[in-house]
Design a protein around this ligand. Structure first.
Ligand SMILES: [Zn+2]
Length: 63
């Protein structure tokens, strides 16, 4: 099915969100975050950009 890949991506994104860790794409700094609180009060930022839920070693790998 064409939508299977999208579903898997969404499920993976949710798992990444719930683990409560974010990284800066620029300097590589990582920090803990409360997902619910961050979504409500503002996502953590570093180096003038929002931090990502994608770990550095998870980027660029085909899903
Ligand atoms: Zn940074």
């Amino acid at each position: 099915m064409m939508c299977q890949g999208l579903h898997d991506r969404l499920a993976a994104s949710h798992a990444k969100l719930m683990r409560g860790l974010v990284w800066c794409r620029s300097c590589g700094r990582s920090t803990r975050v409360d997902p619910a609180g961050a979504l409500r009060h503002g996502w953590p930022r570093c180096c003038d950009a929002t931090m990502t839920i994608d770990a550095p070693d998870e980027r660029g790998t085909p899903s």
